[in-house]
Design a protein around this ligand. Structure first.
Ligand SMILES: NC(=O)c1ccc[n+]([C@@H]2O[C@H](COP(=O)([O-])OP(=O)(O)OC[C@H]3O[C@@H](n4cnc5c(N)ncnc54)[C@H](O)[C@@H]3O)[C@@H](O)[C@H]2O)c1
Length: 373
């Protein structure tokens, strides 16, 4: 499947075989219309082990070898975030379609440049955002857009990070953390993980965010507890976002020691998504309350697949299917750039204690004191 000829099997190369690779690659390995042909990691032993584990025929330790492989149509980029810009650019220059992990890049300008390069080359570039493909959040978005809660008037997103004894977390290689904690990253947890939540603040409802107010603190080097207010481009719609770091609180999770709670309030009712990364609460994953005309209907969606890994699998499947159909793949570089703008606006609003319009941010913003240790 070359550029333009978008039928047949997608022949994929994987760049980066680190901590999150298995979660992403599962959806490609199981897809009937995708052949994972190669894996590449600068750590050649890691690439070799992954090739064996995934039953992938070719393994490389140099990106140039991977990109010179003419049998490969598309690349999934799973390298550290500060390398995404160079790796996406090189893959596009080699004529490959690209899926890259969040955050797309370290700066807004770089994200937009990559989007323009892909468009000019007629290639697909998408950011793999697993929350966009997480069934409970997809269901919430559909309920909202179908009018189940009336006109949205409030968005509330809460993240709590704590402790877990999951085997996934215990198996994480510490090498995956160095680049997240120093100047190779423009910020800490709000940049690395909370981009998912910024993406949701923009994706669950239609209006853009035009102003941000925030207080961000720092705990244990990386974590950034915060309280944030979003003003949407709709005078009736406000949003709030909280991130807490509860370092002594244990929770049930199959993955990282974190969980999320989402609430969208409408004029006629509200919808909750009660989990994402973890399984902290024994609540149905999606709950809908409808109160129009005194209906007072409470619907629990407890049969929905709420495994966080499903978002990864479906995200990978979505890329394959979009390439085969020649349709755009979520999320676009433009949308991912907006997510970065929101992230950096929060840092700037906190540092200056002034409201910030995220649309004014072009580069990146690093919070005061970041990585000065
Ligand atoms: N969707 C999610 O929820 C989620 C979760 C975790 C990580 N991520 C993202 O996935 C990406 C990778 O994260 P991770 O935790 O797996 O990191 P990691 O450091 O564990 O893995 C990165 C891998 O890339 C390899 N690498 C580095 N430079 C390379 C190069 N030039 N060529 C080939 N390989 C190279 C490293 O050797 C390492 O094995 C990051 O962008 C991160 O933000 C997403």
């Amino acid at each position: 499947m070359g550029n333009g000829a978008r039928t047949g099997t997608v022949r994929l190369g994987i760049l980066g075989a680190g901590n999150i690779a298995d979660m992403n690659v599962a959806g490609y390995l199981e897809h009937p219309d995708c052949d994972v042909l190669a894996v590449c990691d600068v750590d050649g032993a890691l690439a070799g082990e992954a090739a064996k584990r995934w039953d992938v025929p070719r393994s490389y330790s140099d990106i140039d070898e991977l990109l010179a492989d003419d049998d490969i149509d598309a690349v999934e980029i799973l390298t550290p975030t500060h390398l995404h810009y160079a790796h996406v650019k090189a893959a596009l220059a080699a004529g490959k379609h690209v899926s890259v992990q969040k955050p797309i890049t370290n700066t807004v300008d770089e994200a937009l440049e990559l989007g323009s390069l892909a468009d000019a080359a007629g290639l697909t570039l998408r950011v793999s955002e697993c929350f966009v493909h997480y069934p409970p959040l997809e269901m919430a978005k559909k309920l909202i857009s179908d009018g189940a809660i009336g006109r949205p008037i409030g968005v509330r997103i809460r993240t709590v990070v704590g402790q877990t004894d999951s085997t996934f977390q215990a198996a994480l290689r510490p090498e995956g953390y160095g680049w997240r904690l120093d100047k190779r990253s423009p910020g800490g947890h709000l940049f690395d993980d909370n981009v998912h939540k910024y993406a949701m603040a923009l994706w669950l409802v239609d209006p853009d965010i035009i102003s941000v107010q925030a207080v961000v603190r720092r705990r244990d080097i990386f974590f950034e507890p915060c309280a944030v207010i979003f003003e949407y481009d709709d005078p009736d719609l406000l949003g709030t976002m909280e991130v807490q770091y509860a370092r002594e609180m244990w929770m049930r999770s199959g993955y990282f020691g974190a969980d999320e709670f989402f609430e969208v309030q409408g004029e006629e009712g509200f919808v909750w998504v009660t989990r994402a990364t973890g399984e902290m609460l024994d609540l149905p994953p999606v709950v809908l309350y409808q109160g129009k005309d005194n209906a007072r209907t409470f619907t629990e969606f407890d049969q929905i697949d709420a495994d966080w890994a499903t978002g990864f699998r479906r995200s990978s499947a979505h890329f394959v299917e979009a390439l085969r159909a020649g349709t755009p793949a979520a999320m676009s570089a433009t949308e991912a750039a907006k997510v970065l703008q929101l992230c950096f606006a929060v840092y700037q609003a906190s540092d200056t204690r002034q409201p910030v319009d995220p649309r004014t941010i072009t580069g990146s913003v690093t919070p005061a004191g970041w990585a000065e240790w």
